[in-house]
Design a protein around this ligand. Structure first.
Ligand code: BGC
Length: 375
C-alpha cells in the first residue's frame, strides 16, 4: 500500500526544474565536512524519512573514491533520518545484482546504485520497477532500462575537457611548433562515463592530432584501443609497459600521457618509473586519490580532477527526500544522458581542476583529507 502511495506521489513529481551548478546545500556540506549541513538537510528530508529505507549499492571497496562515496551517503542519509542498507559488490556483477535484489526484498523504498557495469543490472532493475521502487543512478548511468528515475553525477564530458585543456595550455599548442608525443589511457568500456571522459579530452586535442602537432606514437587513439577494463591499475600498467618497450625504448621522449582517471594514471606512473629514462611527461588524472595527490606533490602527476564526493552525496540525499515527499526533483540536464531506453533526467555537479598548487585549499582546507594522509 505504502508503495502505491509512493508511486502516485512519484508520478506527480515527474516534473523537473533546471538549475545551474550543484545545489547550495550540497556546496555548504562540502565546505564544512558534511555533518552540519547534513543536519540542516535532515529537516527537509526528515518528514519523508521516518521508517524509510534507502538501499545504496556501490561497485567496490578497491578504489578509494567508492569508499568515500559510500561512507558519505550513509552518513548523510542517516543524519536525514533514513535507514540505510549500504553494500559493496567487490567489482563482481552477479554480487551486485544479488545485493540489489536483496535490498528490494528486504523493503528498500528507494535505491541508489553506482553500477559496476551499467548494462548488467537489468533483472534487478525490472524487479525494482515491478515493486515501484524509484532508482537513482549514482555517478555511473544505468543503461538500457526504463526503471531508472534519475541520475546524479559530475559533468563527465567536462572532466575530459578539463584534462584536454590542461594539456593544450601547458604545451601552448596554439603557438608552439611541436610536434609533441602523446599516448592515451582511458577507462572501462562497461562504464558509460568512460566514453564521456575520453571524448571530452580527445575533442580538445583532436585538431592538434590532425595537424600533426600532437603525435600519437603508438597509433592507438580510439577509445576501444586505449580502454582499461574495470579501470584496473595493473591493466593500465601492463599496457603502458608494452607501449614503452615497443615505441619508446630507442630514447624517443613522451611528452604527454593523457589518463582518464587516477587508478589508470597510477599504472602509467608505475610503468614509467621502471621503464623510461626520458623527460618526464605531463600526466593527467581524476579523483584526487591519496596516492595520486602524493604523486602530484612529488611531481609525478601533473594534475587531477577533483570530484568532491560529499557534494554528490548531499545532492543525492536531497533528491531522495524530494522523491519521497513527491516534490519536484532538482535536475539540471534533461538531454545528455540517454541510457538506450530513455533520456534520464540528471543532476550534474561541477568537476574542479586540481594540481600541486591548489590541492591544499581544495583537499586539506575543505576537510577532505588531513595533512597527515598526504605525507
Ligand atoms: C568514476 C570515476 C572513477 C572511475 C573508476 C568512474 O565511473 O566517475 O571517478 O575514477 O569510475 O572507479
Amino acid at each position: 500500500m505504502k508503495k502505491r502511495i509512493l508511486a502516485a506521489l512519484l508520478s506527480s513529481a515527474m516534473v523537473v526544474t533546471l538549475l545551474a551548478g550543484c545545489g547550495g546545500a550540497a556546496a555548504d556540506t562540502a565546505a564544512d565536512s558534511g555533518s552540519d549541513a547534513a543536519a540542516t538537510e535532515s529537516s527537509d528530508a526528515g518528514s519523508a524519512a521516518a521508517g524509510t529505507k534507502v538501499g545504496v549499492s556501490m561497485p567496490t571497496k578497491d578504489l578509494q573514491r567508492w569508499n568515500q562515496d559510500g561512507a558519505n551517503m550513509e552518513a548523510e542519509l542517516k543524519a536525514a533520518g533514513f535507514e540505510v542498507d549500504l553494500q559493496y559488490a567487490s567489482n563482481d556483477v552477479q554480487t551486485q545484482v544479488s545485493q540489489v535484489e536483496n535490498m528490494i526484498s528486504s523493503g528498500a523504498n528507494v535505491l541508489v546504485i553506482a553500477a559496476i557495469e551499467g548494462s548488467s543490472l537489468g533483472e534487478a532493475l525490472d524487479m525494482a520497477k515491478e515493486a515501484n521502487i524509484p532508482v537513482i543512478a549514482y555517478d555511473r548511468l544505468l543503461m538500457n532500462s526504463d526503471a531508472v528515475s534519475y541520475y546524479a553525477t559530475f559533468d563527465n564530458y567536462k572532466v575530459g575537457t578539463v584534462q584536454g585543456t590542461y594539456v593544450k595550455d601547458t604545451l601552448d599548442l596554439e603557438n608552439a611548433d611541436g610536434p609533441f608525443n602523446i599516448e592515451f589511457t582511458a577507462g572501462d568500456p562497461g562504464d558509460n562515463n568512460a566514453g564521456f571522459f575520453f571524448n571530452g579530452a580527445y575533442d580538445v586535442l583532436k585538431p592538434y592530432i590532425e595537424s600533426g602537432k600532437l603525435n600519437v606514437v603508438s597509433g592507438q587513439k580510439t577509445f576501444e584501443e586505449v580502454a582499461t577494463p574495470t579501470w584496473a591499475t595493473e591493466t593500465a600498467q601492463s599496457r603502458a609497459e608494452n607501449i614503452l618497450s615497443s615505441y619508446y625504448s630507442d630514447g624517443t621522449n613522451i611528452d604527454v600521457w593523457l589518463c582518464s582517471n587516477d587508478s589508470t594514471a597510477l599504472g602509467v606512473e608505475n610503468a614509467l618509473a621502471a621503464n623510461y629514462n626520458g623527460t618526464y611527461p605531463i600526466i593527467t588524472g581524476q579523483d584526487c586519490d591519496i596516492e595520486n595527490t602524493k604523486n602530484m606533490i612529488a611531481g609525478k602527476q601533473s594534475m587531477s580532477v577533483f570530484k568532491d564526493t560529499r557534494t554528490l552525496a548531499s545532492q543525492v540525499v536531497k533528491m531522495v527526500g524530494q522523491i519521497l515527499k513527491g516534490e519536484t526533483v532538482d535536475v539540471n540536464d534533461t538531454t545528455t544522458y540517454d541510457n538506450g531506453t530513455k533520456v534520464v533526467p540528471s543532476y550534474l555537479c561541477e568537476p574542479v581542476f586540481a594540481d600541486a598548487n591548489n590541492y591544499k585549499e581544495l583537499l586539506i582546507d575543505s576537510g577532505y583529507y588531513t595533512e597527515d594522509q598526504l605525507k
